[in-house]
Each structure stands twice: as structure tokens, then as C-alpha cells.
Design a protein around this ligand. Sequence first.
Ligand code: ADP
Length: 265
Amino acid sequence: LEINIVPMTMNGDEEPGLLLVLQDVSAIRRLERMRSEFVANVSHELKTPVAAVKGFAETLLAGAMNDPETATSFLTIIQDESDRLNRLIGDILELSKIESRRSPLMFSPIDLPMFLDRMTELLASEASKKEITLDIQTEEGLFLEADEDRLGQILMNLIQNGINYTPAGGKVKVRASIIVADDGEDELVRITVSDTGIGIPKKDIPRIFERFYRVDKARSRSSGGTGLGLSIVKHLTELHHGTIRVESTVGVGSQFILELPLLQP
Ligand code: ADP
């Protein structure tokens, strides 16, 4: 609780008075704390790839350059780490754009089966490189009102995670159908992205939509993850007045369930 005492005079009143302001600042403090935690996390996340780039460049200059094989392997690491840095900066900017509401959503009707087909084409080579089957099935003629780019980001993140966290030979399935909301009236589109991957331990499930939260940092890093994908997904889903949740069994697979209103309120 913050207490402020401000001297003041009422309109035309000669006698000065005091204004006592009592303000519950716990929400503001919590926001400030979250902000500074985020900045600390961002700095840490940025430092890791920068340190790798610097370290390998130094080793190359100190002589490793003379062995072509070592040089190639170090330069590949430098390239990968720079890519990570780029993705990280892109995701951070994206999150801040979403949170500051600087770019409002542009809703338009989207032909979901066609949209998902295009998405599969974009991810097909990545999936086949890992020998993962991408299987997409949707009801014909399913249109929903959404921001096309943002919906693309949501689905891309979910499908990409499915591919990343599924061992070779596995399967990533996307299904879409219309359901009736709990109120018995509104229609929702339910899109599920399920995989036959490593799964998520029960204790981690409540936290995976948090920024930078990863079950296994090393694994996320090696697959090129930034730890921001799902928090972006959650934000974008909420901007569409939708919900997202996950069901998962370790060693069996995960299923992300996205529900969006067919028409935006
Ligand atoms: P990342 O860039 O690390 O993938 P995300 O925000 O997309 O970050 O996901 C957060 C964490 O949730 C991941 O690090 C991973 O531990 C877990 N996760 C997300 N999707 C899956 C999935 N399909 N299967 C298993 N774990 C997942």
C-alpha cells in the first residue's frame, strides 16, 4: 500500500487542506518485477550466442583457422549461433509489438483447409528431413475470421514444435473442425496439433506458455528454439479471443488444442 499526502485548497476555499491518497500498488509492483525479470532473461539469452560467436572467432584467429576441417566446423557454429541470435531478436520484437498493441489485428475470412495446405508445403521439407510424417485433415469449406499472418504464426509455431520435439520416424497430425462452445450457441473452430514425440512432464505443463520456459534447455537450443514461441502463440490466441491448452504424456506425445471463435465478436 502506498500512502501519499498532498496539500491542496478547494475551489475558492481559503483554508488549505490535505488530500490523503491510499493506493494498492501490488499489481503495479508485480508488473515491474515481471518486466525486470524479463530484461534479465533477455540479456542472459542474448549473451549465450554472442559468447559462442566471440569464443569461436577468437579460437579461429588464434590458429584454428589453419586446419580447414576445424575452421569449417567452427564457422558453421558461428553461422548457427548468429541465426539463433536473429531469431531471438525477431521473437523479442514480436512479443513487444504484441504486448504494446502497436499493430492491431486485421481480421478477414480464411479458407482453413487451403491455408493449412500452404502451411504444410512450407514445412514439408523440414519434416521429411527428420523423416516425420505431416498429416493434415480438415472439414471442407471451413472458413474462419482471423488475422491471416498471426494465425500463420500460431500454427507454424505449433507444427514446428511438433517436428522439433518428435524423434525421427514420428508423426505430426493437424485436425480442424467446428464445435459448439460451452454456452451452446457460439461456434468455435478447434484445431489440434498432435505429435508422437517426447511429451511434456506434468509438472512443466502449467509453465510452458511462459516466456523463456523450456523443459530441457539444451534440447530446445540444439533444435534452434528461442523459448518464446509458445508465449507468442498464447498472446496471439488471446488477441483472437480464443484459448489454447495442452495434453501430454511423456514418451507418448503431446496435443495442443487451439479453439478460436468462427466469427470475431
Ligand atoms: P522453444 O523455442 O524452446 O521450442 P516454445 O515456447 O515453443 O520454446 O516451447 C517451450 C517449451 O515447451 C519447449 O522448450 C519444450 O520444452 C516444450 N514443448 C513445446 N512444444 C512441445 C512438443 N510438441 N512436445 C514436447 N515439448 C514441447
